[in-house]
Design a protein around this ligand. Structure first.
Ligand code: 2RA
Length: 360
């Protein structure tokens, strides 16, 4: 069986990677359709599936597909996603925005964790990149020891005071191609002597030679939305209680496209580092990079372009009982977005939720 696949936003950073993942993972694409705005309609995109002319988006055309990937903003998804997938004739929609992530009845899926939630569903939400990357490492350990609290922290052991803190180091690609361009162009402008401090439009402050402890909007509780996404989404994806303690500080750093996360996970059961290492070694989608003596540990440089999330610096945490501490790096555009979305579609083919309307 092959599928009619649609992508909205295929020329953006995530959309391009969705095309790449469909190609590299040999997803059974019968016909690839790319939908865009008036600005991009008519342009041609070269793909392994042939040259595709970008069509002007309409809900009717998108509904003709078997599956549609939305790599656009939340407002667009809110307006169109449910209409695209409505009824028997509608398409399965895999939405990369945050529009539906917290709605009851709509699966929020990392296929290696909760693929079964997609069964019989037509609208699936793809998690935020930070959550998806971190949970690839946390999930196998949760299965082994039973997660109690999640703490992501750095060398600043504020963790002792509060019990539940997490720290992420997020790449420029989280703000799409414009974010990556601003980092590279700004760095060049400083290195060439043209400017002392880079210009900024995408980020709240210049990112080159800087770190910015601010991603997305500040909330009433003093956290940013990016930080709260980690809390909300971890609970939903892992099937944990609505008040399960997860807390995060999200920081933008001047790397291009892989996010890094320092995680302390507190468990119900006593932890054993060797057993944890084995579970991580065997976990799908995880690459154990943990040989500090030989300078092997996860880094954005080595995680970039990789499907697997790197996990390392695994050790017993000394501030809490039954706690493991580790470092995770994952490609933000792949596991954090495009790869996860394509893997959701693959899981839905497997469990019968994604069917071809017309045998191609
Ligand atoms: C960021 N998490 O890194 C966002 C993108 N989804 O900005």
């Amino acid at each position: 069986t092959t599928f009619n696949v649609g992508i909205v936003g295929a020329t953006g950073a995530v959309g391009k990677e969705i095309v790449g993942c469909l190609e590299k993972r040999s997803f059974p694409v019968g016909n690839l359709r790319i939908f865009g705005s008036e600005r991009s309609a008519g342009k041609e995109v070269d793909t392994k599936f042939g040259k595709v002319t970008v069509e002007l988006f309409s809900e009717g055309s998108a509904r003709e597909c078997d599956v549609v990937f939305l790599a656009v903003d939340g407002d667009f998804s809110l307006k169109h996603a449910e209409n695209i997938c409505e009824g028997e004739e509608g398409a399965v929609v895999i939405d990369n925005s945050s529009a539906f992530r917290y709605k009851d009845g709509i699966p929020l899926c990392v296929p290696e964790i909760n693929a079964e939630t997609t069964k019989g569903k037509k609208l699936i939400a793809n998690p935020n990149c930070t959550t998806a990357i971190g949970l690839m490492a946390v999930w196998p350990l949760h299965k082994l020891f039973g997660l109690k609290k999640m703490v992501m922290s750095t060398h600043v052991k504020i963790a002792i005071l509060t019990n539940s803190i997490q720290q992420t180091y997020q790449a420029a690609s989280g703000a799409g191609q414009p974010g990556m361009d601003e980092l590279i162009d700004g760095t060049k402008s400083v290195l060439s002597g043209e400017r002392d401090v880079a210009e900024n439009k995408v980020f709240a402050h210049p990112l080159p030679f800087n770190v910015i402890p601010h991603i997305d909007k500040f909330q009433e509780n003093g956290y940013t939305k990016e930080e709260m996404k980690v809390t909300w989404e971890t609970r939903k994806i892992c099937g944990l209680d609505d008040d399960f303690p997860v807390s995060c500080t999200a920081v933008r750093i001047p790397t291009s496209r892989a996010h890094s996360e320092s995680i302390v996970a507190l468990f119900d059961k006593p932890v054993d580092v060797a057993a944890a290492r084995k579970a991580l070694e065997e976990a799908p989608g995880v690459s154990l990079k943990d040989d500090p003596e030989n300078l092997v540990y996860p880094m954005p440089l080595t995680a970039t372009g990789q499907y697997d999330v790197e996990v390392g610096r695994l050790r017993k945490n000394i501030a809490f009982d039954n706690a493991l501490e580790f470092f995770v790096c994952g490609d933000q555009l792949l596991r954090g977005a495009a790869l996860n979305a394509v893997a959701v579609a693959e899981a839905m083919v497997e469990n019968g939720a994604l069917k071809a309307k017309v045998a191609a």
